[in-house]
Structure formats: C-alpha cells, structure tokens
Design a protein around this ligand. Structure first.
Ligand SMILES: Cc1cc2nc3c(=O)[nH]c(=O)nc-3n(C[C@H](O)[C@H](O)[C@H](O)COP(=O)(O)OP(=O)(O)OC[C@H]3O[C@@H](n4cnc5c(N)ncnc54)[C@H](O)[C@@H]3O)c2cc1C
Length: 338
C-alpha cells in the first residue's frame, strides 16, 4: 500500500498558507492506489478529505483524519480528427501546465483559463471559469471512483449538470466521489473569445491575436490584478457573484451612480460580489490576522498568522453586512473542510 504519512504539515498544501497538520496524508497515483487508501480509511473508520492543489479550500484547523491527494499524472491523446484533439488527463496534473501543453500544441479552448491555480481533478467541481470561458466548454467526461462503494464511474458532460461555479459534484455528489481523470476536447481551429473584461484591450499590446497571445494576455492581466498566494495567502474569489433580479438593480441605481452588472436573461443579472463588499466598506479592512484585500474586495487574505476559523468568521460578518445593506445573500465559493 502507498505510504501514509502521519502529522503531515499542510502549510504548503493550502494557498491560504494556514499552518496546520493532517493526522494522516497520502498520495494516490493510480485508481488502484486510491481504492487501497479508501479501503484503509473505511477499515480504520478515518475521516477523509480529498485535496487537490488546495487553492479553493479552507481548513478551520488541523485535520483529524486522512487527506488523500490524487496524483494521477498522465496526459493521453484518445481521439483525433481534422477539427479536434481529445485528451484524457490525470487529476494530479497542474491545471496551468495542461493549459500550457494545449496552447503549445496549437489547440484552442483552455487559453482563457490560463494561470488558474489548482489541479485538473478539481476543475469540474466548481466548473472553473474566467474571461468568458468555463471548463465545461471543453470537458467531454469525468471519471473517478465512488467513495463509498469504491466502484468506478464516468459521467458525460451533460450528466455533470454544470452551471456557474457549480456542478453535480457540489450538489448530489458532494463529498461522494474522487475524480481521477478528466477528458477534454480541444479545437484545431480555435475561435478566440476576447470580449470579457479588459482582455481585448490587453491584446492590442501584442502583434497578433492567437491562442498563444490570449494566454499571454490573460496571464499579464491576472498577474497585475490578483494577489499571488505565495506572497499573501488567499484562495482567489472568496464569494460567488450573486444572481439577482433586474428590479433589485433598478432600486440600487437610485442609490448609486453606477451599478456594475452582467445580464443573464430578461429577469436576472449577475452582480459583482466584490462591488457589494466594497460598497459595504470592507475593502482593505483587517480583522486580527486576516482581512479583505486592499485592491480586490472579493479576495480574503491571511496576513501571516491567520487561521481558517478567523477567515470563516470574517466571511460571515461580511455576508451579514452585505445582506443588511443590499438584501443580497452572498454565498461562499471556497470549500470549508468539515
Ligand atoms: C489566486 C487564485 C485565483 C483563482 N482564480 C480562479 C478563477 O479565475 N476561476 C475559478 O473558477 N477559480 C479560481 N480560483 C479557485 C481555484 O483555483 C479553483 O477552484 C481550482 O479548481 C481549485 O483546484 P484545487 O486543485 O486547488 O482544488 P482544492 O482547493 O484542493 O479542492 C477544491 C474542492 O475540490 C475537491 N477536490 C479537489 N480535487 C478533487 C478530486 N480529484 N476529486 C474529488 N474532489 C476533489 C476538494 O475536496 C474541495 O472540495 C482561484 C484561486 C486562487 C488562489
């Protein structure tokens, strides 16, 4: 069986940089190794947590159980036509290495998702998205192992019920599966998506528009806007952008000069959670060892010696404050480890 480490430090395994330990920690390089670990967990009645790159989790404190890191690391070409190339990718591959690999091969689809932290295995969980593209746009299927029965499963794209930062893995199958592989279909004749945010403007600095320069532009924008977890612990956007009624926006427009929003349909719009937090006076605020980032109100940060409990408490206070001022319910995007 794989090595199971005890009292394993997780400081470098969560991007908040919380100085915590897992009672037990092991990596699973194959589905077979994973099943061995799941059996061990069941036999020893251990609590279990599946950890990818740790960029979207918050541990309130030490973890008194077994943390398993799926580390399947193969990338295999499984189908190719004149138009598309389809790759089956191991859960343990770093997401941005996959994006770099596909862009280097001239394959389009993932370039707008450049530099999102984390591993491939987690990308379907919240259907990662950025600059007008979501992982679901390229995912063909998701494979893994059911935690309880230890049977393999494979879900096709439409069975994953993907939505905005959402999927079946955050609902019916929450905590019930371990993803081992994701299959992606990438285009040999890519259509560039450049309308979102200031991507189009950034691209004017490059000699041509291609998947390569879109990747470079996305990286440049992200590096200039988002705090690097290596310098200041964080988990990216802490809250989801709430979807609200058009009527609420009309009310807000009577109170504020400019209300930013993205239309969803004739009845609903998406409001930037960062704007709501900023208008509630939280931007740059520090509470003990944690706080709200000075430039990005959507990002909660660890100032050094913070704990998960402090961040969760701060998040709850912000949720109450936004609710009071805007009657909008903010929902956390980050996964709290229970
Ligand atoms: C600076 C920064 C910027 C970010 N920007 C974006 C962005 O633009 N768009 C976006 O969508 N997200 C963004 N994120 C969030 C994060 O990068 C993604 O959610 C990413 O997919 C998390 O991957 P991970 O491997 O780190 O997952 P983890 O944080 O390790 O885990 C996240 C959740 O998935 C579960 N999980 C992980 N791997 C598996 C597996 N193999 N099988 C079953 N369950 C699993 C975990 O149990 C947990 O519930 C950002 C984060 C940071 C720190």
């Amino acid at each position: 069986m794989n090595t199971i480490n005890t009292n394993y430090p997780l400081k470098s395994k969560n991007t908040f940089g919380f100085d915590i330990v897992a009672a037990h920690y092991a990596e699973a390089k194959t589905p077979g190794e994973l099943i061995e670990l799941l059996k061990h967990c069941a036999n020893e009645n251990l609590k279990l947590y599946i950890l990818g790159g740790g960029s979207n989790v918050i541990f309130p404190g030490n973890f008194d159980g077994l943390v398993i890191h799926p580390s399947m690391d193969e990338i295999s070409l499984v189908d190719e036509t004149d138009e598309f190339a389809t790759y089956r990718v191991g859960a343990g591959i770093c997401w941005d290495s996959l994006v770099a690999f596909t862009v280097d091969k001239g394959l389009g689809g993932l370039e707008n998702l450049s530099l999102i932290p984390g591993d491939v295995g987690a990308c379907p969980i919240q259907n990662i998205g950025a600059y007008g593209v979501e992982a679901k746009d390229c995912i063909v299927s998701v494979e893994g192992v059911l935690r309880e029965s230890m049977f393999p499963f494979e879900l096709k794209n439409h069975e994953c019920h993907f939505g905005y930062r959402n999927s079946i893995f955050k609902n019916e199958l929450k905590g019930k599966v371990v993803i081992t592989h994701v299959t992606f279909r990438l285009s040999k004749q890519p259509t560039l998506i450049t309308h979102y945010g200031n991507l189009e403007e950034e691209l004017t600095k490059y000699p041509e528009k291609s998947i390569k320069t879109v990747r470079q532009a996305v990286i440049a924008i992200r590096e200039s806007k988002l705090p690097d977890p290596k310098e200041q612990g964080n988990a990216g956007s802490f809250f989801k952008n709430p979807i609200v009624s058009v009527d609420l926006v009309k009310e807000l427009e009577e109170r504020f000069d400019r209300v930013p929003f993205y239309p969803i349909d004739s009845q609903t719009v998406k409001l930037p959670a960062g704007w709501l937090i900023e208008q509630s006076g939280w931007k740059g605020k520090r509470v003990g060892n944690v706080g709200v980032h000075a430039k990005q109100a959507l990002v909660l940060v660890n100032h050094g010696d913070g704990t998960g409990t402090e961040v969760i408490q701060l998040a709850k206070t912000i949720i109450d404050s936004v609710k009071q001022q805007f009657s909008v319910d903010l929902e956390m995007e980050v996964n709290v480890v229970e």
